[in-house]
Design a protein around this ligand. Structure first.
Ligand code: PEP
Length: 259
């Protein structure tokens, strides 16, 4: 990655770790990061489940753990009759900094559309947090030669029509669906080419300043062994990590990875 952007390595814990286990995991992370540190120019976020957020927030703030608190999802309304949902306003009160929006598992299992993701991004931004907008193509779309048009369309649907300054502060995670939780990692060239295409598309609808400052993560079966080369790619500014983020040593291995 280039141009002085701070890389962001995010751990998506998904529906794992009850709040006792989450506390243990954040304490393990704290010990490892205290010993080895976060490399200069790199930022870390962790995304526990809603029931663990308060516990993890307290641990992070009390022990000054060098990670930002993240959430995995939110509702677009601040409050109301939406049984079972959690609002961006509620997350902001827990000092959440980053909220994942439109993860492929939410698009696939809960029918989230680009329009819904767009509304969530509105709510996240309105409460002063940063969205991590997930986009990605299926294997069928890639085989049909539609990967670039699919992904750039998703990016435009969710982010266009906003100021360059706003778009420049967003994070987009390119996560090819065929690489999530499968052990199948996109090649560095695949990740780089798609991130370059996303940056170009952002430039088209939000201007050169936004394209230069927006941060683009790659996600999909990242390991400590593959992280360094991915992070070294010109247009890859970070990683969104699922499975490997549940193991403190492996996650810190990714946080500290160099090409
Ligand atoms: C993810 O959940 O965003 C993800 C990339 O998962 P995994 O690393 O397990 O493929």
């Amino acid at each position: 990655m280039t141009d002085g952007r701070v890389t962001l390595v995010s751990g998506n814990w998904k529906m794992n770790e009850n709040h006792f286990e989450a506390l243990k995991l954040v304490q393990e992370l704290a010990a490892l990061l205290r010993a080895s540190g976060v490399p200069k120019g790199r930022e870390v976020s962790i995304h526990p489940s809603f029931t663990s957020l308060r516990t993890v927030q307290t641990a992070v703030e009390t022990d000054h753990v060098p990670v930002a608190l993240g959430a995995q999802n939110c509702h677009f309304e601040d409050r109301g009759a939406f049984t079972g949902e959690v609002s961006a306003e509620m997350l902001a009160k827990l000092n959440v900094s980053y909220v994942i929006a439109g993860h492929s598992e939410r698009r696939t299992y809960f029918g989230e559309t680009d329009l819904l993701v767009r509304r969530k991004v509105d709510a996240i931004l309105a409460h002063g947090m940063r969205p991590i907008v997930c986009v990605g193509e299926t294997l069928d779309e890639r085989s049909a030669g539609e990967a670039f048009s699919r992904v750039t369309h998703q990016v435009a649907e969710v982010l266009s029509g906003r100021s360059g300054e706003v778009v420049g502060g967003v994070v987009v995670a390119y996560e090819p669906l065929w690489a999530i939780g499968t052990g199948e990692t996109a090649s560095v060239e695949d990740a780089e080419q798609m991130c370059a295409a996303i940056r170009e598309e952002v430039g088209r609808f939000a201007g050169a300043g936004a394209a230069a400052s927006i941060r683009l993560q790659y996600g999909g079966s990242v390991t400590p062994e593959t992280a360094g080369a991915l992070l070294d790619a010109k247009n890859v500014d970070g990683l969104l990590v699922g499975g490997a983020s549940l193991d403190a040593e492996r996650f810190v291995g990714i946080v500290r990875a160099q090409a």
